[in-house]
Design a protein around this ligand. Sequence first.
Ligand code: CA
Length: 331
Amino acid sequence: MKKYLLLLLTIMIFGRAEALEINKELHEFADNMESCYGVPRDKVLWWMYGANISEIALNRTAAPTEAKPWGEYRKLFITDDRVRGGLDFYLANEGDLVRAEHQFGVSRYVIAAIIGVETNYGKYQLKLKAIDMLATLAFNSPNRRPFFTKELKWLLIIADRENVDPHNYMGSYAGAIGYPQFMPSNFDKFGVDFDGDGKTDLVRSMPDAIGSVAKYLSAHGYRLGEQTAVQSDVSGDAWQQFDTRSMRPVKKLKELTANGITPRTPANPEQKAILYTLDGTDGKEYWILYNNLYAISRYNPRINYAMAVFSLSEEIKTAVRGAFEEGVYAE
Ligand SMILES: [Ca+2]
């Protein structure tokens, strides 16, 4: 630990820009990391001395984003470029996507769509250090400190365990890491070494990202072969009681159909379901949501997010099938 102390001393003498203040609170955090999780306190303090306050993290998490109507959101989001990107991504990663589908029981197209939505299939350049974002939000933000402190804790536990400098974990302004944008606590629970190199690397390994997304969705109840969401037609008034603006499928499909809600594609009447009304480009859309949509929403709890992943996955599936039929790509 001597080298850390020496480096700390050097930094304390020469100073640094926009540094995180190393105060009593941070010392307590470091003590806690050592006593509860076995991560040496000097190592933690050294890592934290290297962390900078991020204005981006403070500004972005403070500004609530307004929810757009679904129709508008879909048009902005499910573009030709994004679908073509999904086809390219599928063709480049088919082996791992199929393997993940078999191993975890999650649609290969949904896995592709999640990575497409999160980081544009890994093409989005992650320029922010998760440690800067999380340290800023844990120690310098007025809100949600316990949440981000917990995530910072997990970032350092993982770094210590995997023997990686935590400053190498690149992510978003909220501290989500790598291609699939996992928060560090999810990295710990659902991270998979899917390329078998002995490390779970969500920043550089696309196979690891694919396996981890599949494990996450599977653990949150996704089941291959079940429907995800389907548009329906409504009649009478009784259907309104099922329109609760919740994505949690707490009714059975047969209860919905008995009350004037007719799915445009039939499904098992015993299947758990709920109705969700969305503002489409041509007026109201009445969607029946199933358990798989709810599982997707565990990745991000906004309806537009879950619907965008679902819609994109369907578009990618259509594009892949089209490519096979045209003989552009032979299976
Ligand atoms: Ca790996």
